[in-house]
Design a protein around this ligand. Structure first.
Ligand SMILES: CC(C)(COP(=O)(O)OP(=O)(O)OC[C@H]1O[C@@H](n2cnc3c(N)ncnc32)[C@H](O)[C@@H]1OP(=O)(O)O)[C@@H](O)C(=O)NCCC(=O)NCCS
Length: 168
């Protein structure tokens, strides 16, 4: 479990499928610049939560919970890419929970977490069109480290994926 001023990052619990469906998985705004597909029907959400729980067992990824209410409002995580290199593995908040400073708390928390595990360098990625993601990354002092052209597997469109890094 990881903790910030307002948030808890913890492994998913099955009973949170409804909050995740309502706050995140059904929201096209949240999925727009990521690689996952929206869950249209609430009846598909319990299955998605079972898959999430399985995935999180061997990945350093979490759901994001509001401390104030215990409600699940997003997901986030990191991945080790080299002996001292960690990468952000996607930060996502539901649209009602974006723009409140939570993204900044999460990214700082993930950087601190990686550092505690031995990271000396941390990498983030943002789609060029994702102004919120770029602003978040810049706000924590990351610097540009290149760009790649990627294909969005959901619809075959292409996008520029900007890479940023920070020495810890
Ligand atoms: C991207 C995302 C994680 C950012 O988190 P957030 O909680 O909205 O961001 P914060 O409120 O912590 O803001 C961080 C900084 O970005 C700025 N910012 C936030 N949203 C912005 C926007 N839409 N446009 C421009 N700047 C923005 C803030 O002003 C702040 O800068 P400051 O500290 O210099 O004032 C969040 O918007 C989100 O989950 N979006 C949907 C999923 C997604 O696209 N994830 C990124 C792909 S990995």
């Amino acid at each position: 479990m990881l903790e910030t001023k307002d948030l808890i990052l913890d492994k998913a619990k099955f009973e949170d499928w409804e909050a995740m469906y309502r706050n995140v998985w059904r929201c096209p705004e949240s999925a727009r610049y990521m690689v996952w597909r929206v869950t249209e029907d609430a009846s598909d959400a319990p299955g998605r939560m079972r898959r999430t729980i399985e995935f999180q067992k061997d990945h350093d990824t979490y759901l994001v919970y509001l401390k104030a209410t215990g409600e699940a409002v997003g997901f986030a995580g990191v991945e080790q890419m080299g002996p001292a290199l960690w990468e952000e593995a996607g930060i996502c908040l539901g649209p009602d929970f974006a723009g409140r400073g939570y993204g900044k708390q999460i990214l700082q928390c993930l950087v601190d977490h990686a550092k505690s595990l031995g990271a000396e360098e941390f990498v983030c990625w943002a789609r060029e069109q994702n102004a919120a993601s770029r602003a978040l990354i810049a706000s924590l002092g990351f610097v540009p480290a290149g760009a790649e052209e990627r294909v969005d597997e959901r619809d075959g469109s292409t996008y520029t994926y900007l890479k940023y890094h920070k020495a810890l």
